[in-house]
Ligand binder design. Structure first.
Ligand SMILES: *Cc1c(COP(=O)(O)O)cnc(C)c1O
Length: 405
């Protein structure tokens, strides 16, 4: 077993000094035997929590029959999953890959080729301040965070950046730029601090994209798959995108990515334009099919909406009068609690919560406590999460603002 001080893993994460070994439902245990309430789901990945009997049975069964065969052959599970995803999204077809950045990379390629087909020599894509789309060279260039980009210049060109929720800024680009092919937006920014695109804003973008012949590409990698109480967060705005990347929660922890397309965007890729060795393999697509079926059978979208509201109300009741509390944003089980000071130390405080269990949470943008629990969390577990959070955040804020009460 490698020790922490002699790890041969590249230090791309300054990760916490525990090894998680197994889980059950919304609970996980580390190698030392301490138990944690999972408020993060591996960053919105473990949709069905841990050791879900349906998922484990499906993966086991699939492993016995066929794990991989390449896209040189038709993959039955891939066809079935494409049928299901296009039906729930109201879109036309799907390209499968293995991660969020790959889904976004495919979306960017679709946008560029769509632009070229419309006679645009150097297509441009409108992207957002504080956006996060991944860490490949193209997706980090689309990302609106200098820390993600620093050291990897030259960036990929062809992106025009605007602030979120400011339709006039996009209209101004429409007047001054002739080469726009697409708008690329997260329905709710995740890494950027849980910043929802407003409903009217998404509807305004849809209208503008229709008028201009631009593709509306909505990155649902983090906010999609039932987490907000609808299959996809943009569905709260009653719109349909032209291109939609998915990943994270799609197969409850088995790596997978997908990009859905509709209309002209669905006809862009021809044989030879894009590809992947692992993408859409029988194992990952089986795990995704079982995830979708379980979300539906167990009413997990309704649960996400209800438990999310419970957590939000509990946190507001316990913390909103505290000096240093700013606001809670998000929808369903995608919540961000903003404080007025950097609060990264809360992650360790959550692990070390006094009593019989700790908690797994995350802090993003330095001041935003991010919660992304599994969609199976029940009301009692939500109460436990709220109680632990109110305790550590109250203590933290009391230290930061010693003269407040
Ligand atoms: C996590 C994330 C990505 C990148 O996904 P990876 O699987 O880490 O490549 C892209 N977009 C959004 C919105 C994300 O949250």
């Amino acid at each position: 077993m490698s020790t922490l001080s002699h790890s041969h893993v590249m230090p791309t994460y300054s990760n916490l000094p525990i090894f998680l070994s197994h889980g059950q439902g919304v609970w996980v245990w580390d190698e030392a035997g301490r138990k944690y309430l999972d408020g993060l789901a591996g960053i919105a990945v473990n949709t069905l929590g841990h050791n879900h009997p349906r998922l484990v049975a499906a993966i086991t069964d699939q492993a016995r029959s066929l794990i991989h065969c390449s896209n040189l052959y038709k993959v039955r599970n891939q066809e079935t999953l494409a049928d299901r995803l296009t039906a729930i999204a109201g879109m036309d077809n799907v390209f499968f890959c293995n991660s969020g950045l790959e889904a976004n990379e495919a979306a960017l390629k679709i946008a560029r080729k769509y632009g070229h087909e419309r006679g645009i020599d150097r297509p441009e894509i409108i992207v957002y301040e504080n956006a996060f789309h991944g860490r490949s060279i193209a997706t980090l260039s689309a990302t609106g965070n200098a820390k993600v980009q620093k050291g990897f210049e030259p960036l990929v060109e062809g992106f025009v950046r605007v602030p979120l929720n400011d339709l006039a800024a996009v209209e101004a680009i429409a007047r001054t730029h002739q080469s726009v092919a697409a708008v690329f937006i997260e329905a709710i920014q995740g890494e950027g601090g849980i910043n929802p695109a407003r409903i009217e804003y998404l509807q305004g973008l849809r209208r503008l994209c229709d008028e201009r012949g631009w593709l509306l590409m909505i990155d649902e990698v983090q906010c999609g798959m039932g987490r907000t109480g609808r299959w996809f967060a943009h569905q709260w705005a009653d719109i349909v995108p032209d291109v939609m990347p998915l990943a994270k929660g799609l197969a409850s922890g088995v790596p997978i990515g997908a990009v859905l397309a509709r209309g002209a965007a669905a006809a862009v890729f021809k044989p030879g334009n894009h590809g992947t060795t692992f993408g859409g393999n029988p194992l990952a697509t089986r795990a995704a099919l079982e995830t979708l079926a379980t979300i539906e059978a167990d009413g997990l979208m309704r649960n996400a909406e209800r438990i999310g509201a419970q957590i939000r109300e509990g946190l507001l009741a316990g913390l909103s009068e505290r000096q240093g509390f700013v606001e809670i944003r998000g929808r369903g089980l995608m919540l961000g609690l903003e404080l007025d000071v950097p609060c990264g130390e809360l992650v360790q405080a959550a692990l070390d919560l006094p009593g019989e269990h700790g908690m797994l949470i995350n802090v993003t943008q330095e001041r935003v406590v991010r919660l992304l629990p599994p969609l199976i969390m029940n009301s009692r577990e939500a109460d436990q999460l709220v109680a632990g959070l109110v305790q550590i955040i109250s203590e933290f804020l009391a230290r930061q603002h010693p003269h407040a009460h």
